[in-house]
Design a protein. Structure first.
Length: 306
């Protein structure tokens, strides 16, 4: 009987742990940027489904001895997340491994880890990169819209009506818009804003707006009002998302737990190996399964490209 464990050199068993180590080192070299924006969930099913149920309207005055008015929750919008499978691999002959002293393998393994990282970041950023144009929300409009339909009637906006670069005025307008957001029954949600999200081109503008204790657009001794809000936690943090493709669009987001921007991991990134006996080559492939998107617009606002 031919047992591969008896031939460790032929089957390169000592090589495989080294390949995995390099792949995973590069995969985890930098923390995921999108994980600061998405609700990170795990999944044990082939799909994930969410359904929305509205709350109740405001209470009504009831006279003494009068009957209580009963309200009903209304069905909202549904969303199905279908996990996609992603994979990529490379193959190296034993001769190349022997002669190159692991150099080729190390470089290719590095690139496989980087490819997995890039795939997740680019895919995740797509939700925001198409957030003003792709009408793929469960309510039939884009993630950022001036007219999200409300189940109880009317519409709600979560974007500025005009394109503008971030400045004191536009930041104030967006924070006011976010603070005045109502739910499907007309009640104010009051989701505290937590962070601003900027593309690379707006990194330093964001730092000037939110990094200091004084107002950045005047030489007078004016406070930075974004850090002294009334009735809301101070809003003074920002992040740069390197994978945003529009150099001018920017966003404000509440705590990710208060939003419906979701990322489901069905199968974490992992590597598998196979050996081609005839060619004496090792094949390495990386696999992962995940789905992402949004099933609601609450807790996030955006300003389109100027």
């Amino acid at each position: 009987m031919f047992i591969r464990t008896l031939f460790p050199d032929l089957y390169l068993q000592s090589m495989l742990p080294a390949i995995d180590e390099v792949v995973m080192t590069k995969y985890s070299e930098f923390p995921d940027e999108f994980s600061e924006i998405y609700r990170m969930e795990s999944s044990s099913r082939s799909i994930e489904q969410t359904t929305e149920v509205t709350g109740f309207a405001q209470m009504a005055v009831t006279p003494e001895g009068g009957d209580t008015r009963y309200d009903e929750a209304l069905p909202g919008f549904n969303k199905t997340y279908v996990h996609a499978q992603y994979s990529l691999g490379f193959r190296v002959t034993k001769v190349a491994m022997d002669d190159d002293k692991f150099g080729v393998v190390r470089k290719l393994a590095t690139e496989l880890g980087r490819s997995a990282k890039e795939t997740k970041e680019v895919t995740a950023a797509g939700t925001f990169n198409t957030g003003f144009t792709a009408a793929n929300g469960p309510d039939g409009v884009p993630l950022f819209s001036v007219a999200h339909p409300l189940i109880g009637g009317g519409t709600q906006s979560n974007r500025l009506a005009y394109a503008t670069d971030p400045d004191v005025t536009s930041m104030q307008l967006m924070l006011t818009l976010m603070r005045s957001t109502v739910d499907h029954r007309g009640k104010r949600i009051r989701i505290p804003p937590k962070q601003a999200i900027f593309p690379q081109n707006l990194e330093f503008i964001g730092a000037e707006l939110l990094g200091g204790d004084t107002r950045p657009d005047t030489a007078n001794r004016a406070i930075n009002a974004f850090k002294r809000r009334s009735g809301m936690p101070s809003f003074d943090s920002w992040i740069v998302w390197d994978y945003l493709t529009d150099p001018d669009a920017w966003f404000i987001q509440g705590n990710v737990a208060d939003t419906e921007i979701r990322f489901y991991t069905r199968e974490p990134f992992n590597t598998v190996h196979d050996i081609d006996f005839n060619s004496r080559s090792v094949k390495t492939a990386g696999w992962m399964r995940f789905s992402l998107g949004f099933n609601g617009f609450y807790g996030v606002c955006g300003a389109p490209s100027s």
